[in-house]
Write a protein that binds this ligand. Sequence first.
Ligand code: GRF
Length: 203
Amino acid sequence: MKNIVILISGRGSNMEAVVRAAQAERWPARIAAVISNRADASGLVFAAEHGIPTAIVANKDYASRAEFDAALQTVIDGFAPDLVVLAGFMRILTEQFVAHYAGRMLNIHPSLLPLFPGLATHAQALAAGVAEHGATVHFVTAELDHGPMVAQAAVPVLPDDTVETLSARVLQQEHVIYPRAIRWFVEGRLTIAQGAVHVDHTK
Ligand code: GRF
């Protein structure tokens, strides 16, 4: 059994998709904890209702990024994670923290990386006039929204799209590719070489 710790900051719909897939598909893994940096993250309610241990490490209680990340790391490591999953965790992480979880921390970003790193990706996509937009699951490295990519999903951008309609279309795909990528990790299918991910589809 592998231990997965999920970090959220808000509604946690990706976390929900992962929890549901892990249960329905009987992954050889347990969601060991859901941890939020905000006490008001609504995803904590879903986690608690599903019997998953929750914890809050509030960044506002710490004077510096380094102190917050150190406290967060201590709480995460208390759950002995094999994998840390960032699911709408709205924090920039210190290099030390990222190095500690090298090769065992995944993120989902709502764009077809390397396009549109950072915030407001859907507005960026609409402003750029791209024909397709999407989402990317990647291993976390020190550079924000970079790191070896595990899975991507593309959706069309339609003529009358708004940030709301486009983000909803992308989010549907996030809920497909994030559980799938995490399952691959849990099943030991992912290797990283020269900055690229190889997925073993023979298992
Ligand atoms: C998602 O769009 C994810 O890609 C981004 O933040 C959003 C989180 O949504 N990193 P949710 O909290 O998983 O519903």
